[in-house]
Write a protein that binds this ligand. Structure first.
Ligand SMILES: Nc1ncnc2c1ncn2[C@@H]1O[C@H](COP(=O)(O)OP(=O)(O)OP(=O)(O)O)[C@@H](O)[C@H]1O
Ligand SMILES: [Mg+2]
Length: 237
C-alpha cells in the first residue's frame, strides 16, 4: 500500500453462525487495512461472506472476536447508540435493493439522515440530485422510479453527509448491464475522484480493472488477489 493512512484497520476478525449445535465460521481471523481514498473490491462466491464482512465494517453486525478500527475508533467497543451515531457520521451505505423509504419523497430520503443529525440538508440534497441527474424527480416517491433511478437516489443519500467511507454491497446486482455501468461510473465519479474510500462487494468482473485492490473471500479467509496490473481472468468468480 502507499503512505496514506489506513482508514479501516481490521485485526483477527472472526464471525460465524450456529448451525445446529455447531458453529459455522464465515470469517476466520481476518486482517485487513484499507487506505484513505482506496477503491477496494471484494469478490467471492455467493455465500462466501462478502455481505457479512461489509456489515461488520459498517457496524450493522457485530463480530464474534477481533477489532475493527474505523478512522481511529474501535467500533466493536461502541454501544448500539454510539454505533448508530458513528455510522451516521462516517459511513454511507448502498445496497443491492436500494432500500429507499417508500413513504418519503426522493428529496426526503436524501435529507432524512442529515436532518437526524440536526443539519439542514435541502441545498445539499438538491445539489446531489443534480449530480445524479434526477433534480426534476425530487418530489416523486421511490415507487415511481426505475431501479437505476432508485439506485442513483440511494447513492445521493449515501453521500449526503459526505462520509469518509462508502460501502456498496452489489450496487449493480439488480440492474441491467448498461444501467449497472452508468451507476458504477457515477459512483466512482462521486467517491473515488474526490478522494473518498469506496468498499464494494460485487460479482461484476468489469469492476476489477478499475479497483485499487481486489480481495476474495475463500474458506473464511481473505485472499488479496491482485492489483490492477496483474492478470485477472482466472480469479474472477
Ligand atoms: N443471520 C444469519 N444467520 C445464519 N447464517 C447467516 C446469517 N447471515 C448470513 N449467514 C450465512 O453466512 C454465509 C455468508 O453470507 P453472506 O451474505 O455474507 O454471503 P455473500 O458472500 O454476501 O453472498 P452473496 O454473493 O450471495 O450476496 C452464508 O452461508 C449465509 O447463509
Ligand atoms: Mg451478499
Amino acid at each position: 500500500m502507499n503512505e496514506k493512512r489506513a482508514l479501516v484497520q481490521i485485526r483477527h476478525l472472526s464471525k460465524g453462525y450456529a448451525e445446529g449445535s455447531r458453529a459455522r465460521p464465515i470469517l476466520a481471523d481476518v486482517d485487513l487495512d484499507i487506505a484513505e481514498g482506496e477503491f477496494f473490491v471484494l469478490l467471492g462466491k455467493s455465500g462466501s461472506g462478502k455481505s457479512t464482512l461489509l456489515n461488520l465494517i459498517s457496524g450493522i453486525d457485530t463480530p464474534d472476536s477481533g477489532s475493527l478500527m474505523i478512522d481511529g475508533t474501535d467500533i466493536t467497543t461502541l454501544s448500539e447508540r454510539e454505533l448508530t451515531l458513528f455510522r451516521r457520521d462516517h459511513i454511507g451505505i448502498i445496497f443491492q435493493f436500494f432500500n429507499l423509504i417508500p413513504t418519503l419523497t426522493v428529496r426526503e430520503n436524501i435529507t432524512l439522515p442529515v436532518e437526524l443529525r440536526g443539519g439542514s440538508a435541502d441545498q445539499r440534497a438538491l445539489e446531489l440530485l443534480e449530480r445524479v441527474g434526477l433534480r426534476d424527480r425530487a418530489e416523486a416517491y421511490p415507487d415511481r422510479l426505475s431501479g437505476g433511478e432508485q439506485q442513483r437516489i440511494a447513492i445521493a443519500r449515501a453521500l449526503a453527509q459526505d462520509p469518509a467511507i462508502i460501502i456498496a454491497d452489489e450496487p449493480t446486482g439488480n440492474l441491467d448491464e448498461e444501467t449497472g455501468q452508468q451507476i458504477l461510473r457515477l459512483l466512482l465519479e462521486l467517491t473515488r475522484d474526490v478522494g473518498r474510500t469506496l468498499i464494494m462487494a460485487t460479482h461484476n468482473p468489469e469492476i476489477v480493472p478499475l479497483a485499487d485492490r481486489v480481495c476474495r473471500i475463500h474458506e473464511s479467509k481473505l485472499v488479496i488477489t491482485l492489483r490492477e496490473s496483474q492478470p485477472v481472468k482466472e480469479l474472477i468468480l
